[in-house]
Design a protein around this ligand. Sequence first.
Ligand code: CTP
Ligand code: ZN
Length: 159
Amino acid sequence: MSNSGDDRSEHELRVSKIHNGTVIDHINGGQALNVLAILGIDGSQGEEISVGMNVPSDRLARKDIVKVEGRELSQDEVDVLSLIAPDATINIVREYDVVEKHRVERPEVVVGVLSCPNDGCISTGDEPVDSRFEVVDDGVRCSYCGTIVREGIASLIEH
Ligand code: CTP
Ligand code: ZN
């Protein structure tokens, strides 16, 4: 495999290394802000975040990268990220070193994470029903009403 991408990042450092936290790498180009939305990060809490968008990459034509200082992501968060960033790599950084690296995996179902856009759906009414979506090839499908969501999944996230 060519390492030209690595050389390039050595020569033109766009985003600094982090001390402790998570680097979400190989996000599909243009999805970084949706990744931040999934993580519930909007900067208002003083979080230290670096974002690179549409930077050259070996693996993808263009990639986004998000670095979150001082926070290690939970499996639930990573599961939802996989829906919009299926090629992402999660790097856990401690004392400047990458101590864990794994690819995201698409879960079969996500429960209590996304809210159904169908107002008539039983999961969005007064009943105490947890939302439940099956992950299908081209999006997510509400298990209660069958609504399929392909675009804008990040905007359905419950916080
Ligand atoms: N990184 C960082 N801060 C650190 C260590 C690493 O921001 N203290 C970033 C690197 O800039 C890179 C990512 O975390 O974007 C993964 O680091 P590393 O595994 O060292 O890079 P690669 O080997 O190029 O990763 P991959 O093989 O997954 O492309
Ligand atoms: Zn529904």
